[in-house]
Design a protein around this ligand. Structure first.
Ligand code: BG6
Length: 487
């Protein structure tokens, strides 16, 4: 059996993700000739639509061109001819039988298949179950892989149950649990920075690092996603996945190879070394808050105790990180959209310079700017000219746009789709990693329901979060820092 062609089946094809991310990413791969010769993209969804209507959902302006590229009409029309659509219900075995027959008809032979579940989480079990019943996951005619969007479960027990259900039908190697943050160039670059250079790793530990901050601030509020968000909250929406994945890249031990399992083994080791935050410690290790006005949003329970902002202090109980706090914060309706990782180094152990009265030395820091000002800044002290030994902090900067050009960063989905097509799962999460991260988050959520929990704080939209989060840092003699902004 030899299969050269690929079919990508998108469940939830009439939805927003397909339009904004998946089709543009697939078109970009197509135009870079990174997809195989014969490719079919088959949308499946509840909305009734003909194939031409489906093709018309995607416009060359939005899907086929971006600020850097002039849309290529010829290539776009070639690509859009590869789009097909089949409507049906996720819970109908009959519809899956018909889909299976439709796919055979479109494919005419041995073809690999990538199934993308761009659907609400509740539909995953039904879809995979029906695919299993209709023989759509069997690999006689080519490989069969399934990409599953987040959220992966709602807590540890539902994630476990989902893993069990999936493992009844698919083997782990067929499952690609997506976390789009891992597809961002700047997030992947954390590993390159640490393990593709020699100068950082020797100081990447408790002897030189005072603390680490990870900020994922968003200026948007919950908007039309209130129905989902009010049940999820910031811990499930951002921490269980993106924040903990970024933490694992910053803190894990060097894997022996770039192999998916080697990387994921190290992540799981790291997650299992995270000190749990329990009902007893939730008051000192966390801050939770809602932005003013959240309770009045349509779709939000007026008595909701869902946090739209959280800050955590995490410790990693292992040799490298003992005693080093990792401060993580994320929230909606904040002042700016910015994601960054700050490595704050220790102060020099001894000062030999005659510093001016009141001068406070600034310890070195390394900022990994994830978005939107993608780059890296190293901050260090320099002598002010024409003084005896006055110092000032200066930055050594690297900006992706300057070094590589402003059009070189592909969208995260492009990289992830490409990797899944290649069978490379290094940027996807494995079942045990998901379960470990839920274990931590579950305990915090449980703690927040206890009487010892910190009260729900409030913050103004368009601010940097609640005053309680500043107090949380100042108790440790530290401050939140945004070091990647507007440069
Ligand atoms: C998603 C969350 O996973 O990530 C959203 O569900 C959030 O609430 C989004 O807005 C942030 O992603 P990005 O790539 O825009 O930073």
């Amino acid at each position: 059996m030899k299969a050269e062609s690929i079919t990508i089946v998108i469940f939830g094809a009439s939805g927003d993700l397909t339009k904004r991310k998946l089709i543009p990413a697939l078109y970009s791969l197509y135009s870079k000739r990174r997809l195989p010769g014969i490719i079919n993209i088959v949308g499946f969804g509840r909305t009734k639509m003909s194939v031409p209507e489906f093709r018309n959902l995607f416009q060359i302006k939005t899907a086929g061109g971006n600020k850097c590229k002039t849309p290529d009409r010829g290539k776009w029309s070639e690509f859009s001819e590869r789009l097909f659509y089949f409507s049906g219900k996720y819970n109908s075995k009959e519809d899956f039988r018909s889909l299976s027959a439709y796919l055979d008809e479109v494919e005419k032979g041995n073809v690999h298949r990538l199934y993308y579940l761009a659907t609400p989480p509740g539909a995953v079990t039904e879809i995979v179950g029906n695919m299993g019943k209709c023989g759509m996951t069997e690999e006689e005619k080519g490989w069969r892989r399934v990409i599953i969007e987040k959220p992966f479960g709602h807590d540890l027990s539902s994630a476990r149950e989902l893993n069990l259900t999936l493992h009844n039908i698919l083997n782990e190697k067929q499952i690609y649990r997506i976390d789009h943050y891992l597809g961002k160039e700047t997030v992947q670059n954390v590993l390159v920075l640490r393990f593709g250079n020699t100068i950082f790793e020797p100081i990447w530990n408790r002897n030189y690092i005072d603390h680490v901050q990870i900020t994922m601030a968003e200026s948007v509020d919950v908007g039309h996603r209130a129905g989902y968000y009010d049940k999820a909250g910031v811990l499930r929406d951002m921490f269980q996945n993106h924040m903990l994945q970024m933490l694992s890249l910053v803190a894990m031990e060097p894997p022996a190879s770039f192999d998916a399992d080697a990387i994921r083994n190290e992540k799981v080791k790291l997650f299992s070394a995270l000190r749990p935050i329990t009902a007893n410690t939730v008051g000192s290790e966390t801050v939770r808050a809602q932005y003013r006005g959240y309770l009045k949003t349509t779709g939000v329970d007026p008595e909701s105790q869902t946090a739209t902002y959280a800050a955590l202090r995490l410790f990693i109980d292992n040799w490298r990180w003992n005693g080093v706090p990792f401060y993580l914060r994320s929230g909606k309706a904040l002042k700016e959209k910015i994601s960054e990782i700050l490595i704050q180094f220790r102060e020099p152990p001894h000062f030999m310079f005659p510093l001016s009265e009141g001068y406070k030395i600034t310890a070195n820091s390394l900022s990994l700017c994830v978005q939107p000002h993608e780059g890296i800044h190293l901050r260090f002290e320099a002598k002010v000219p024409d003084t005896a030994a006055d110092m000032r902090s200066v930055n050594m900067d690297f900006h992706y746009a300057e070094s590589f050009g402003s059009c070189t960063i592909p969208d995260a989905y492009e990289r992830l789709l490409f990797d899944a097509l290649q069978g490379d799962a290094s940027l996807f999460t494995r079942s045990d990693g998901i379960e470990e991260s839920w274990r931590l988050i579950d305990e915090i959520i449980k703690g927040w329901d206890m009487p010892e929990a910190p009260a729900m704080a409030e913050y103004e939209p368009n601010s940097w979060g609640p005053a309680e989060a500043d107090l949380f840092m100042s108790r440790d003699g530290r401050k939140w820092v945004i070091s990647c902004g507007g440069n």
